[in-house]
Write a protein that binds this ligand. Structure first.
Ligand code: CA2
Length: 145
């Protein structure tokens, strides 16, 4: 089983600023934790991060064929990027949306996700642990198919 883990804009800054909201771990440290769980779950993971919408769309398109699912934190694109939503729909793979923060407890513009309706599920508010919860849910879903 092969899962692509995709992170959107500014998440490359994790662990350097806004630690009160997003925690102290860097993206590389979170990716390490995901890799450890992936091994336990006997699946493979590949990671991608970009600050550019078009690159994220291409990374989603590249999942056609070889991948079984997508774990994605679209960051601020969550709230308005219909092109990312369309790309996720187009690849016809199970997708889990992850947010480090509880987007429903923050500014009103973060309360809406245009991505969630095309996802299997969404996890928000558990910090980096949300990536592990999301991976577990995604793998269980794919295994049960
Ligand atoms: O809670 C999340 O994971 C978000 O997807 C994070 C996005 C935000 O726009 C979403 O509403 C919720 C922002 C990511 C910015 O990450 C930073 C990390 C460190 C320093 C500055 C920004």
């Amino acid at each position: 089983m092969l899962i692509k883990v995709i992170n959107g804009p500014n998440l490359n800054l994790l662990g350097t600023r806004e630690k009160d909201i997003y925690g102290r771990l860097t993206l590389a440290e979170i990716e390490n934790k995901i890799s450890v769980l992936a091994k336990e779950l006997q699946c493979s993971v590949k990671f991608f991060q970009s600050n550019h919408e078009g690159e994220l769309i291409e990374a989603i398109h590249d999942c056609r064929g070889g991948y079984d699912g997508i774990l994605i934190n679209p960051a601020a694109f969550t709230h308005y990027a219909y092109a990312i939503r369309d790309a996720l729909t187009a690849v016809e793979l199970p997708v889990v949306e992850v947010h480090m923060s509880n987007i429903y407890a923050r500014e009103a513009f973060r309360h809406r996700s245009v991505i969630a309706p095309v996802c299997l599920g969404q996890i928000a508010g558990f910090g980096w642990v949300g990536y592990l919860l999301g991976l577990k849910g995604l793998v269980e879903h794919i295994d049960g198919k």
